[in-house]
Design a protein around this ligand. Structure first.
Ligand SMILES: CC(=O)[C@@H](O)[C@H](O)COP(=O)(O)O
Ligand SMILES: NCC(=O)COP(=O)(O)O
Length: 237
């Protein structure tokens, strides 16, 4: 079975909108695990617009499943990850001002840098994963960095699938076969949703883990809306 790691960035976005502590990210992390998620993902960004660095410390004692911290391995991020020692660090080459992650690593160009970071993380017992586009050259390059896993960047698949183009999964299948042959574990994420997850999971061999945030939180809001409105109406009778 493929593991579901729930990305709780959007819970922090909502919390930050009012400056208080609702919703509480620690409580949500406890609850997503209680509801069956196999992991919790956070992606602290340098501007702390959603997850704050302090959240990572607050979450550490309550995440008893897999704790996955994603981000660009700038010094501040690496210091955080080395202190927290999560189950997995996912390295993402996102620009400081990017609205969200928008590309995978060029694993050929950044091989030495990635190898150095990966060696350091692995020496502390932290599993490593690197975010890559579905391009076989990047998978070969990833294998040469010493990483344990790759995370396939699924934005293109998700977008094309929403347009009815199921063929868009083909490069991901090819990359998954190669990654497995090269001994890499396979994760995937970005814009996965209830609409596309079954098709993706059924298509990709050896898919170990998906991390899902944006769509899952949107779906949770829609699913909860009717119940909550009915509860208000009862109280207003
Ligand atoms: C690495 C990745 O795929 C991203 O989806 C990320 O973890 C989400 O980040 P934001 O919540 O900041 O968009
Ligand atoms: N690694 C991807 C992730 O954590 C969540 O991405 P998204 O579902 O918020 O697009």
């Amino acid at each position: 079975m493929t593991k579901l790691s729930v990305n709780i960035n959007k819970i922090a976005t909502l919390r930050n909108a009012r400056g208080g502590d609702a919703p509480n990210v620690v409580q949500v992390a406890k609850d997503v695990q209680r509801f069956g998620a196999a992991g919790v993902t956070i992606h602290p960004r340098p501007d702390e617009r959603h997850i704050r660095y302090q959240d990572a410390f607050d979450l550490k004692p309550v995440v008893y499943t897999e704790f996955n911290i994603e981000g660009n391995p700038i010094d501040k991020f690496l210091d955080l990850v080395l202190q927290i020692q999560p189950t997995q660090a996912t390295l993402v080459p996102d620009a400081v001002d990017a609205i969200t992650s928008n590309a995978g690593w060029d694993t050929l160009k950044h091989r030495d840098f990635l190898s150095e970071v990966i060696t350091e993380l692995k020496s502390k017992g932290i599993r490593t994963s690197i975010f890559v586009d579905p391009d076989v050259r990047m998978i070969e390059g990833a294998a040469n960095t010493g990483t344990d896993r790759i995370e396939l960047y699924t934005e293109t698949f998700a977008h094309q699938y929403s347009l009815g183009n199921k063929e868009a999964v083909k490069p991901y299948i090819e990359c998954a076969h190669l990654a497995h042959e090269l001994g890499l574990g396979i994760n995937a994420g970005h814009d996965l949703s209830l609409q596309n997850i079954k098709y993706f999971k059924d298509s990709i061999p050896n898919l170990l883990e998906v991390s899902i945030g944006h769509a899952l939180i949107c779906e949770a809001i829609y699913d909860g809306l009717e119940n909550v409105i009915k509860s208000y109406l009862q109280k207003l009778q």
